[in-house]
Design a protein around this ligand. Structure first.
Ligand SMILES: NC(=O)c1ccc[n+]([C@@H]2O[C@H](COP(=O)([O-])OP(=O)(O)OC[C@H]3O[C@@H](n4cnc5c(N)ncnc54)[C@H](OP(=O)(O)O)[C@@H]3O)[C@@H](O)[C@H]2O)c1
Length: 299
């Protein structure tokens, strides 16, 4: 089975590369890792170049494309809407069109930021999207474009939230740096979602391929947290693991206290129950997953 992964240098891409199964349903996995720069045996691919995305799929005819690459700079996207749209909407559309011709399947990774967060209850996959910012809108456009181009039984959209892992640019690693540098910091306490560790998310992606899942699915770790809760847990678990000499004073602040170019949903919990059943993967509480990732940072 030929599996093409985009965003191979990103957080999820790295976790996928570290966890490639030898075979899926008895079929040996042949991996094609694509990143902006290529290198290390990978293929260079600019996701903003729709023609290049199509040509690669036309040439290689993968059984699956896992589109884990994305323009993920939520705030910067507000001033670069064309680029965010080209990458986040253009690449899934291009992959879907080419896969429609070749007979392959697409796993499009998407985000809780397609919702506006106003309902105050976990979002189900079938609920209408209403993104607040350019990033969320571009990801929602990518979902819709892929759905227009590819047969429904060959498209799986997997939305996830608050992704972090032992490598890359993420809240955990930023907090660890700030906690070492400062005696006190303020963290937003009025946005609620669920942190999702990359190792479990990668397993969910492989589960999609194993189960040949299609349709829209939601995947995060279990539980709920504000960014403040997440920061408090990072401080406690990192100190216990010996990653932090001392815990700084962490103060809860409001979104209004920390203005950002992009508006974010205040409540973006994803209802993941049906996906856990479909993928046959149990829920792991985000705090348990965090402890494991902190151990990975140490390793
Ligand atoms: N991070 C989150 O909190 C979060 C939350 C919900 C959903 N998601 C979704 O989960 C997926 C994985 O996210 P992640 O956290 O792993 O993101 P990430 O660490 O930012 O990785 C994204 C990768 O995409 C690559 N990329 C961006 N523009 C590109 C281009 N024009 N051509 C080629 N490569 C390009 C980046 O390469 P460069 O490093 O060279 O820019 C990066 O390696 C994405 O679909 C994202 O939308 C993420």
């Amino acid at each position: 089975m030929k599996v093409m992964i985009t965003g191979a240098a990103g957080q999820l891409g790295q976790a996928l590369l570290r966890s490639v199964p030898e075979a899926i349903n008895g079929d040996t996995v042949e991996l094609i890792a694509c990143s902006r720069a290529g290198g290390s045996g990978g293929v260079a691919l600019d996701l903003a170049d729709a023609a290049a995305c199509q040509v690669l799929v036309d040439q290689l005819k993968p059984d699956w494309v896992i589109n884990a690459g994305a323009y993920t700079a939520v705030d910067k996207a507000e001033s670069e809407p064309e680029l965010a749209q080209a990458v986040n909407a253009g690449s899934p559309e291009a992959f879907a069109e080419a896969l429609q011709r070749s007979g392959g399947r697409l796993l499009q990774v998407s985000t809780d930021f397609v919702f506006d967060g106003s309902q105050g209850a976990p979002y189900r996959p079938d609920q209408p999207v209403a993104p607040l910012g350019v990033y969320g809108a571009s990801k929602a456009a990518g979902e819709a474009a892929a759905a227009r181009a590819l047969d429904p039984d060959r498209l799986c959209i997997l939305r996830t939230s608050w992704v972090y892992g032992p490598v890359g640019k993420n809240f955990l690693l930023t907090m660890l740096r700030l906690m070492r540098e400062r005696d006190q910091l303020g963290v937003v306490a009025d946005q609620v979602g669920c942190p999702t560790a990359t190792p479990g998310l990668a397993q969910a992606c492989w589960g999609v391929l194993e189960q040949r899942a299609s349709g829209v699915h939601h995947w995060s770790d279990a539980g709920a947290a504000s960014w403040y809760d997440f920061a408090m847990a990072i401080a406690e678990l990192a100190q216990a693991a010996g990653l932090l000499a001392k815990q700084p004073l962490i103060q809860p602040i409001t979104t209004a206290d920390y203005p950002t170019p992009a508006q974010r949903p205040s409540y973006s919990l994803l209802a993941c129950g049906p996906t856990r059943v479909a993928l046959q993967q149990p829920a792991v509480h985000w705090r348990v997953a965090l402890q494991q990732v902190i151990a990975d940072v140490l390793a």
